[in-house]
Design a protein around this ligand. Structure first.
Ligand code: PMP
Length: 344
C-alpha cells in the first residue's frame, strides 16, 4: 500500500481544520456555556451537538466490537462516500474503480467531484473478477468500491475477489456493507485491524430501521478517521439524530427481530414471486430486497403504481434489463404486492 500521505490529496493532508467551540471545550460539567454564540433559550435544541458523537461511538464500539477511534458517523453513509472523493481524489487527475452495476452514488459523487469513474462489468451472476478490477487501476487510481451485498443485484460479492484486491491494490478499498445484517456472512469489520487500506461502510438506514434520521457509519484505521473528521462539516450529525440513535441502540435486540422477520419474508416472497406469470427469473438475494427479471418491467412497474404499490424499475442499469428491484416489506405489504401481480 502507498503511504496515507501519498494517497491523501496534498491540500487535505496539510489542511488546518475548523475548530468549533465544542471541540475546544469538551466537558459537560460546566454550568454556564457562553462560548458558542448559542441562544440561551429553547433547551435542548439551542445547543450545538457533540461534533464527534462520542457517546454514540462508545455504544457502537461495544456492539460492533471495534475501537471507538475507528468509527466515523455521517449524514447517512452517502456523506462518507462523498468524503472519500474529497479526501483522496484530486479533481481532474485521480480516478476510482467500481464494480458495475452497483450503488449509484459512487458514480454520482465521482461526477460531482470531477473524478473519473471506471466501471468494471461483473458476470451475469453479478460476480466481479479481481484481475479485471486490478487491470482497470493505474497509478492515479485512489479508490476501489465494492458493495456487498450488492445493490441492485442483492447478492454477496465473492470475498476471494475482495481479498485479492485488498492484497494487491495499493490504494483505498471501500467495502460498502449497507445490507450486511441480512447477508449471513462475516463483516469485513473483522479484517479492519489488519488492513490499513480498508474502509467499511455501514448504515442505520436498513436493518436498524432509521433511514429517516440520516446516520451512516464508516470504519477505518484511526489515521483515516482523523482525516475524515478534519474534512467533514463541524456538526455533521445533528442533535436530534444523535439523541434518537442513542435511544435506539439501547434497544438493539429489536433489530435482530426485524432482521429475522425480513429474512423469513424474503424467502417466502421470492418463492411466490418466481411463480408469477410476469416473472422470468428471481435472482438470489443476501439483502432486504431482491432483483427479478420480468417480461416487461415498464408495464409491470406502471401497473403496480396504478395499484398504489411502488417497486424500483432498474431496467436501464447494466445487466439489469427488464428487472425490478423489490424491497421486502411486512407480511401485509408483501401480500398486497403478490395479490396485485396475480391479477396482472
Ligand atoms: N450504500 C448502499 C449500497 C445503499 O444501497 C445505500 C442506500 N440505498 C447507501 C449506501 C446509503 O445509505 P444511507 O441512507 O446511509 O446514506
Amino acid at each position: 500500500m502507498k503511504t496515507l500521505q501519498e494517497l491523501v490529496r496534498p491540500n487535505i493532508w496539510s489542511l488546518s481544520p475548523y475548530t468549533s467551540a465544542r471541540d475546544e471545550y469538551q466537558g459537560k460539567d460546566a454550568k454556564v456555556f457562553l462560548d458558542a454564540n448559542e441562544n440561551p433559550y429553547n433547551d435542548p435544541v439551542n445547543r450545538y451537538p457533540d461534533p464527534l458523537q462520542r457517546d454514540l461511538k462508545q455504544r457502537i464500539s461495544a456492539i460492533k466490537g471495534v475501537p471507538a477511534d475507528t468509527i466515523f458517523f455521517g449524514n447517512g453513509s452517502d456523506e462518507a462516500i462523498d468524503l472519500m472523493y474529497r479526501i483522496f481524489c484530486t479533481p481532474g487527475k485521480d480516478n476510482a474503480v467500481a464494480i458495475e452495476p452497483t450503488y449509484g452514488m459512487y458514480g454520482v459523487c465521482a461526477d460531482i467531484n470531477d473524478v473519473e469513474y471506471r466501471r468494471v462489468l461483473m458476470d451475469e451472476n453479478f460476480q466481479p473478477n479481481a484481475d479485471r478490477i486490478l487491470a482497470a487501476t493505474d497509478s492515479n487510481t485512489k479508490l476501489v468500491f465494492f458493495c456487498t451485498p450488492n445493490n441492485p443485484s442483492g447478492n454477496n460479492i465473492d470475498h476471494k475477489v475482495i481479498d485479492k484486491v485488498l492484497d494487491s491494490f495499493d490504494g483505498i478499498v471501500i467495502v460498502d456493507e449497507a445490507y450486511i445484517d441480512f447477508a449471513g456472512v462475516p463483516s469485513y469489520l473483522k479484517q479492519l485491524a489488519d488492513r490499513p487500506n480498508l474502509i467499511v461502510l455501514q448504515t442505520f438506514s436498513k436493518a436498524w430501521g432509521m433511514a429517516g434520521i440520516r446516520l451512516g457509519m464508516a470504519f477505518a484505521q484511526p489515521e483515516i478517521i482523523g482525516i475524515m473528521n478534519k474534512v467533514k462539516y463541524p456538526y455533521n450529525v445533528n442533535l436530534l439524530t444523535q439523541k434518537r440513535a442513542m435511544e435506539e441502540v439501547m434497544q438493539y435486540d429489536r433489530v435482530q427481530g426485524w432482521v429475522e422477520s425480513i429474512l423469513k419474508e424474503r424467502t417466502r416472497l421470492m418463492a411466490e414471486f418466481a411463480k408469477l406469470d410476469c416473472c422470468i427469473k428471481v435472482y438470489p438475494s443476501d439483502a432486504n430486497f431482491f432483483l427479478a427479471r420480468v417480461k416487461d418491467a415498464a408495464a409491470t412497474y406502471n401497473y403496480l403504481v396504478d395499484q398504489g404499490i411502488i417497486v424500483r424499475n432498474r431496467s436501464k442499469i447494466a445487466l439489469c434489463g427488464n428487472s425490478l428491484r423489490v424491497t421486502i416489506g411486512t407480511v401485509v405489504e408483501n401480500n398486497a404486492l403478490l395479490e396485485a401481480l396475480s391479477k396482472y
